[in-house]
Ligand binder design. Sequence first.
Ligand code: PAN
Ligand code: ZN
Length: 175
Amino acid sequence: MKVSRIKEGRLSNATKSEVRLIQMTPFFSDKVAMQKRMKENPKIYEVHEAKREGLSFAVTTIFPGKIGREFFMTRGHAHRNPDPEIYHVLSGKGLLLCEDESFQHALLEKGCVAYVPGFVRHRTVNVGTHPFIFLTTYATDAGHDYGYVETHGFSKIVVTRRGGWRVEQRVGKKI
Ligand code: PAN
Ligand code: ZN
């Protein structure tokens, strides 16, 4: 047995990775706004992942912020294998986007638990003013596939609107 602890978005006995703006260039839609922030190259999110036999888990922290009108978010991916994934929000406020033939979104806050079916593309977005922190549990061999989202994006983006947020159709062709 191995026990990990979660403290302020950090998970012990885990591997940390950081994603900065430069790694997100295919994912944000406002290329001009992105270019303006490139020198600063802000950290968009970090992940502490514990790979275990069969079942892995990770804590993601998405920092608050926007690129143009679009909120900080994860790249998003689908799993190559059919196993589902569980999202459990630890703090903050964000959206979970899921897309296959149809698009769905849900607002998640501390205490929410969400189920993501296998194969569905999923992304999280911080729409709050504090870090959005959540724990995910998924099959170790889930097979994270970023290719489709990188080339096609999601059909909708999450943008600021009158101090709040709104989900709107992405304009323009991605590829
Ligand atoms: C999550 C994500 C994590 C980072 O643990 O991997 O939030 O997002 P990206 O992997 O899209 O960069 C998960 O969905 N794992 O399967
Ligand atoms: Zn996933």
